[in-house]
Design a binder for this molecule. Sequence first.
Ligand code: ADP
Length: 408
Amino acid sequence: MSGSALVFNAGSSSIKYELIDTTSHGVLASGLCERVGRPDTVLHHHVGDERFDRPVAADGHTAAVQAVLDAFAEHGPDLASAGIVGVGHRVVMGGPDLYAPVVVTDDVLAAIDALAPLAPLHNPANAAAIRVARKLLIDVPHVAVFDTAFFHDLPTAAARYAISPAFAAEHAIRRYGFHGISHEYVSRTVTRHLTGDDAVAARGLRQIVLHLGNGASASAVVGGRPLETSMGLTPLEGLVMGTRSGDIDPAVAFYLHREVGMEIDAIDHLLNYDSGLVGLAGTNDVRDIQARITDGDPVARAAMDIYVHRLVKYIGAYAAVMGGVDALSFTAGVGENDADLRAEVCAPLGFLGIEIDPARNAAPAGAGRGLPAGSPQVISPPAAEVTVLVVATREEQSIARQVVAVLS
Ligand code: ADP
């Protein structure tokens, strides 16, 4: 299906977008609308090497999506002649029933709305962007691609919590997993890189993928199928993140409510927004934390120790779940850019055959999101038992591919 796909990735306060050629997979234009819903909303539109910045009216997702279309009209490419075959939307939570990419209808939109209680930070923003985009881009199909989809078929033992099955089913409580679009893209890219094709099911390659951005998650993938992932009912479970605590004894919440008098919303906010690296070190920017470590700041050092310890623990657990590991990949803002972090995580893992080559590890540093899509960089020595890689995640490209798959 030749032409292009327009992909939206809407968050509560930002909208990322890309126009992607469906044949070459090249990015024809991309952009980011930041601070959506605030008075200082701004749009950055990229075409080739050029970047255009424009202020946006402050009335939320409607204005933001309109501004994206205005940016295309003014700076190109012309959407009317771009041959858009479909518009793809990242939807964070698909719940128990929505997992395959699906053409958006009023019923699908209602189902996404209905999942808001399970993903209050994400699904309302996703639905708002879809609603506006459907009104403004009326002649093309819109496709929802779910971030939980890749983990829909997690083995039961990994997907379930140790609570009554009837109670869990009644309330749709399970481990859904998130960042699935990225874990799927990265694991498939690594498989192709190491085995030369996409026939993942036949290969049995045992992979651990670490998606380390502001949100962070790990997955264990064998033969292209996930066996484990670190996020659960919500994206709060698992690794230490920019602002989220990750794993914490649930009794901390009971204690804070009963003994400290905090209301549920305040505890929710504490664990989702004021914890993780922000809680530990006062910032979620790992660059700042590393700079402070270089300056001898013990608070920053302790924060990074906790961050790294959690990662090492998960890698060990996932190696055990898979009966070994063949490939370990780092992706997203921290994973792609921070060579020191990668070195620290791998240092204690020699017993698993995980080692890195310092020169190779340093090489991609700083390239970050600029790493060409689909070209993983191997940072382990040639003879290492486990191949360690840095992979630029390309969620938008994965969504575009799924849009085309659904429509054809
Ligand atoms: P999001 O989850 O918002 O998509 P990204 O994957 O873009 O996040 O990652 C954003 C994070 O990446 C920043 O908060 C920052 O901590 C980290 N980061 C970006 N560049 C670097 C770098 N050079 N070194 C270390 N961390 C970096």
